[in-house]
Design a protein around this ligand. Structure first.
Ligand SMILES: [Zn+2]
Length: 152
C-alpha cells in the first residue's frame, strides 16, 4: 500500500504546531480558543484548507484527554460550515492521519478540513484504501469489543 505523506514542514525543529500555538511561528489563524487553534495549512490541498489542533502536544487522537478531544471536535464542527461557505464550496472532507504509518508527518494531532467542489478531482476517504478487508465482521467486531473492555 502506498501512503501519501502530508507535506514536510520543518522536521528538524521542535514541533512546528506547538510553535504556532505559542505564536513563535506566524500562521493564518482562523480560530483561537483556550484549548484549540485553527489555521490555514501552509501547503493547502485546496483554498480554505484548515488545520485544527489541540494546544496540548500529543501525537495520536487516542492520547488526547477527554476535555481536549471535546474541544477539538467542537471546533471542527464550528468551523465546517464557515470554511465551506467562505470558499463557496459544495462540501468538506474532514480527516485525521492518525500515526506515522498513515502519513502523519507532524506528531501533533491535527484535523484537516478541506473544502470540496464538484469535479475537483479528489476522491472520497474510501478511495485511499485498497479493498483489503478479509475477516468476517462478527469476528472483527468481537475483537474490538474485547480490546475496548467489553463494549456492547
Ligand atoms: Zn506539538
Amino acid at each position: 500500500m502506498t501512503v501519501v505523506a502530508e507535506p514536510i514542514y520543518d522536521s528538524d525543529m521542535a514541533c512546528i504546531f506547538c510553535r504556532i500555538v505559542s505564536g513563535e511561528i506566524p500562521a493564518e489563524v482562523v480560530l483561537r480558543e483556550p484549548d484549540v487553534v485553527a489555521f490555514l495549512d501552509i501547503q493547502p490541498l485546496a483554498d480554505g484548507h484548515v488545520v485544527v489542533i489541540p494546544r496540548a502536544h500529543v501525537a495520536l487522537l487516542e492520547e488526547l484527554e477527554p476535555a481536549a478531544a471535546e474541544a477539538l471536535f467542537r471546533a471542527v464542527v464550528r468551523l465546517a460550515r464557515p470554511v465551506r461557505e467562505a470558499l463557496g464550496a459544495a462540501g468538506t472532507t474532514i480527516g485525521v492521519n492518525n500515526g506515522e504509518a498513515t502519513g502523519q508527518t507532524i506528531p501533533h494531532v491535527h484535523v484537516h478540513i478541506v473544502p470540496r467542489r464538484e469535479g475537483d478531482g479528489a476522491g472520497s476517504v474510501h478511495t485511499i484504501f485498497p479493498r483489503g478487508a478479509r475477516r468476517p465482521l462478527g469476528e472483527v467486531g468481537e475483537a474490538i469489543r474485547r480490546a475496548a473492555g467489553g463494549l456492547t
